[in-house]
Design a protein around this ligand. Structure first.
Ligand code: MG
Length: 459
């Protein structure tokens, strides 16, 4: 299914502003989207804080209206805010103009169905068919509906997160939290959520505009933010990506915590907070195998692996009838009682509640997790098909080991494990290596990286 899509990747359509994603492309794509849904469908549209969105956003609104949708314009809004509002407020679908964590010259479009979950591949394929066959349903002028501003989305989102959190407890202890909004939409909502819950909030990069740091929250892009966390003596820091569905945490000692480790910390807390939920974590194959074996499975929490892309995690949770958490290693964490979506604001609120309830600082929680060495790297990949051929070759070469091949190839031995996977959002091959022995992890990464580079050249 994934192979046959030409525009949609793991997480919507993405392209570079005024190159592959110019206004003309945006209009045709949005017309293809609106044509897919029945005439008169109510669509909620939002955008992240990218400067380049000015070139395409209004074009998308007009195109949706031209092809029969009733458009509600939320303006700047985190992806999870659009998702929960679509689900709760009776919209037929949602559209978010965002390229998530991609570099600043990118933008993108993703479609959310009425349940608030990302559109599945079959819907994306039908939209692509409209796009490539120029099947656009132009409405007669008298049936075109006006475009309405809809700023209530942010209020709804903030309230919906707060409903799941014990504000009295947070207000009593007043944790000090640094929020880094990546100069995008997380800067609007997360400080508000935490302040209204009673925390003391210090904002960094929370004005919308030219991004001070990369949208992707990583130890490198968060160097300055981490210094601020320790300088002001904060209990923790939380940093978002461009559309604030991710939350990466910085502990009170200034260490940037990998997303899968903060997810384990949060998930272990949800087991106590929501004992009614099935003791199950659903996570993407890109999460560390050893980490989950040691910190979840050994504690009686079942671990279910899916393909990368949160839609796969959300659907699996629905199919299995619930979970304590669904997450990716990149800081995308979903708390099922709120919504089946990655949600940076919800994650930040849960972490605030966790540290005051457990009376433990984040540094000691971080230290309590048994952590293998996890190394992540990437190699340029000129063409995705080539990436799939490299994966097939690696499966042959490592057939003696345990292999999981639901997405790319994960090889598991007693000393190390690795994952090689063509990215669904960028022209790169992602490589992850893990081991309980740091030297082994480094050696395997060095050897594997050059093996993959050679295979890309030769296949
Ligand atoms: Mg994102």
């Amino acid at each position: 299914m994934q192979l046959s899509r030409k525009l949609f990747g793991t997480d919507g359509v993405r392209g570079i502003v005024n190159q592959t994603f110019n206004p003309e492309f945006a209009v045709r794509l949005a017309m293809a989207v609106a044509t897919y849904f029945p005439p008169g469908s109510r669509v909620l549209v939002g955008k992240d804080g990218r400067i380049g969105n000015a070139a395409v956003y209004d074009a998308v609104l007009s195109a949706l209206a031209a092809c029969g949708s009733k458009v509600y314009d939320a303006g700047y809004a985190p992806t999870p805010a659009i998702q929960v509002a679509v689900r709760d407020l009776g919209f037929d679908y949602g559209v978010v103009i965002t390229a998530s964590h991609n570099p600043p010259e990118w933008t993108g479009l993703k479609v959310v169905l009425s349940d608030g979950i990302e559109a599945p591949p079959e819907v994306e394929l039908a939209i692509e068919k409209n796009f490539f066959e120029n099947r656009f349903r132009y409405m007669p002028w008298y049936n075109i509906r006006s475009i309405q501003r809809y700023p209530l989305v942010l209020d709804h989102y903030v309230e919906s997160v707060k409903e799941h959190i014990d504000a009295n407890m947070i207000a009593k202890h007043k944790p000090k939290i640094v929020v880094d909004g990546a100069n995008s939409v997380g800067g609007i909502t997360t400080p508000r959520i935490l302040k209204e819950l009673g925390a003391k909030v210090l904002t960094v990069n929370c004005d919308i505009g030219y991004p001070y740091r990369e949208y992707e929250p990583t130890p490198t892009s968060l160097t300055d933010t981490a210094k601020i966390v320790t300088a002001v003596g904060a209990d923790f820091g939380v940093a978002h990506d461009g559309d604030a569905d991710r939350a990466i945490f910085i502990d009170n000692r200034g260490r940037v915590i990998p997303g899968d480790i903060s997810a384990i910390i949060l998930a272990s807390y949800v087991v106590e907070k929501n004992p009614e939920l099935p003791k199950r974590i659903v996570t993407a194959i890109s999460t560390s195998h050893f980490l989950m074996e040691r910190n979840a499975k050994s504690k009686g929490i079942d671990v279910v692996w899916t393909r990368v892309g949160f839609i796969n995690i959300a659907r699996k949770i629905l199919e299995l009838g619930g979970a304590i958490a669904g997450f990716e290693d990149n800081g995308g964490f979903g708390y099922p009682p709120h919504q089946l979506a990655r949600d940076g604001g919800m994650s930040a609120a849960l972490m605030a509640e966790l540290i005051v309830k457990k009376k433990q600082d984040l540094a000691s929680l971080y230290e309590s997790i048994e952590k293998p060495t996890i190394l992540r790297s990437k190699v340029p990949l000129p063409d995705r098909e080539k990436g799939f051929r490299v994966v097939e070759e690696l499966k042959n070469r490592y057939s003696h080991a345990k292999i999981i091949d639901i997405d790319g190839v994960k090889v598991i031995t007693s000393e190390y494990a690795f994952l090689v996977r063509p990215s669904g959002t960028e022209p790169i091959m992602r490589i992850m290596v893990e081991s309980w022995n740091a030297k082994t992890a480094e050696d395997v990464m060095n050897a594997l990286k050059s093996e993959v580079e050679k295979l890309i050249m030769s296949t």
